[in-house]
Design a protein. Structure first.
Lengths: 326, 326
DNA sequence: TTGTACGCGTTATCAA
DNA sequence: TTGATAACGCGTACAA
């Protein structure tokens, strides 16, 4: 009963005499033998591990994404290493290196800055298959995104249709594809409606609740405040709501409001908050599949780019603007 | 320039001639050498990996917990493997085995059923240091919990104080410590107030939004409906809210409502929903520390049991009951 | 101070 | 069909 035989039994190979096989099985049971996956990884040159690097797992939409990725990987016999960067560049580099050292078979990554050539270089240098999530760099990585332009176009269009003209968009830095797309959709809606567009009221700078709070506060204090706000970040809604609350502004009578990515409780708010939403579970599923096919070599060499549709959910937080705003 | 020398340079040992050290450094840089953590794990018998098994990372409170654990582990040079069980027993066993095979140095675990001796045995058999999260089995594992009894006592007491007598508690199965504690706090509040307790209105069966929805629906249809509901599960609030919404019941005029674990948007609901809450970040931090001290052997042999305080946040969703309820 | 060689637990190859 | 052995990449004990 040599080690090789045991390995063959566990590997399910046929060339083991039934008697021996049984004996091995029994002994394994008796001593509670558990194969050491680390040694397997070493021998096979694959860890069946994938690294998942996100901004903040606490954002409901990202949690759904992570859960979906994990589920998909689990089904394929992979295990996922999770990292939260908080958007900190040095943490991003650190986790990238850590995961590379740990020989993850693949990486799903969202980084804070898209243009950064150092980051692109670092990603390439790992030599690990990579799927970019919500990032659209020029580099040749597989990537998956939501159609923010389409969703924002639909939302803006709706606001224009019901009579709004002075609409504020608060969203992240144009370094990020998602913010650029939203800006494009926002502008398109104006231009297709043949309406003049006030550049000054499209605020790009951050995705956080804090940023949303600050910007909404400034907007509402303005002598000529917007009649509608598009809260263009996954976690921005609470911040914007706080500003609205503090200012005592009534929605939708004095201000129409649309959130990005449906929050679990958004429909129970009074009034229910309209939203642009998309399927994070599907996004996670596809991201994982993109990566897994890349890992097993069944994918074309060319980088793939998947864009998932977004949808505008109309709710009572939107109404035609009042004559004399506030 | 032998392998041993390279290893010594990377390990930061002193006994390397400065000239050689520099030369090694430069070569490492040039060829982009990255130490293989898998081989290190094999040699050292430690992976610096911890496994985290939770019910559902999509629940905001659990996401906060996971994030906190991950952060703490990262700071200590550990990496975390994440698993979502969805409460499925076979998945729980599966992930436990997977993580054991992968030689994780420690495990933080929430399992669906507490009494299950098979599960306890499986945990013990791994031989891996374990911290139980929100589970209070008789077995001798380190564990960390929130003081649900205290929070529930305070909340129930508040409702009794403002005049409620018929209060419904919807919470999980008494197999789970959290549910038992809540039930205890609920009962204590009645008995200390010397009020009769209606057992039939404490509903134990699940933590999900769906369960909350079903039970709330039944309660509100009752000819003698409760004047207050305690939604006793992390993710139950949306379900209960839906039932309330559908029935057209006004909060707090017709029904007082308290949620468990503050939802991010709970304060923006109309009315803001009172809550029992506690610090999930701290919970995660302490869980990780409990585990890390266990791993590095600096902990006493005896199992430790940490209980974190909970706090009742009074908000406008609670008001004295009306004379003639509905 | 530096180099050599062993062993960690597997799988795969080769010989028996 | 089975057993022995090399190799994966590292850290370290020991020899030089």
């Amino acid at each position: 009963m040599a080690v090789g035989t045991v390995s063959r039994v566990l590997g399910g190979y046929e060339n083991v005499a039934p008697g021996i096989r049984e004996k091995v099985r029994k002994t394994i049971e008796q001593v509670g033998f558990v194969p050491n996956a680390i040694a397997q990884s070493m021998r096979l040159g694959a860890t069946r591990t994938i690294g998942l690097i996100v901004y903040d797992i606490t954002v409901p939409a990202l949690a759904a994404f992570v859960k979906s990725v994990q589920r998909e990987c689990q089904d394929a016999g992979y295990v996922v290493l999770l990292a939260n960067t908080g958007g900190d560049r040095s943490v991003e580099f650190g986790m990238l290196k850590t995961f590379a050292q740990r020989q993850t078979d693949g990486l799903i990554v969202t980084f804070g800055s898209e243009g950064d050539p150092d980051l692109s270089a670092a990603l390439t240098e790992t030599g690990i298959p990579i799927v970019l999530f919500e990032r659209d760099t020029p580099a040749e990585f597989d990537r998956i995104l939501a159609d923010h332009e389409g969703g924002m176009y639909a939302a803006t269009r709706h606001l224009l249709d019901i009579g709004h003209r002075r609409i504020a968009l608060i969203t992240g830095s144009p370094q990020i594809a998602a913010a650029r797309s939203r800006l494009a959709g926002f502008r398109n809606a104006y231009s297709r409606a043949k309406l003049p567009f006030d550049e000054a009221i499209a605020l790009s700078g951050g995705f956080s609740a804090a940023y949303g709070y600050e910007q909404a506060k400034l907007l509402l204090r303005d002598p000529n405040p917007p009649s509608a706000i598009l809260a263009g970040g996954l976690s921005m809604l609470p911040g914007v709501l706080r500003a609205i609350d503090e200012r005592g502004v009534r929605v939708p009578e004095q201000l129409s409001l649309i959130g990005i990515a449906d929050a679990p409780l958004a429909e129970f708010l009074r009034p229910p908050i309209a939203a642009i939403r998309w399927d994070f579970v599907e996004l996670g599923r596809l991201a994982a599949q993109l990566l897994l096919t890349r890992i097993d070599g069944s994918a074309d060499a060319a980088a793939r780019r998947l864009v998932l549709p977004t949808e505008f959910i109309s709710r009572e937080s939107c109404a035609p603007p009042q004559r004399r705003a506030r």
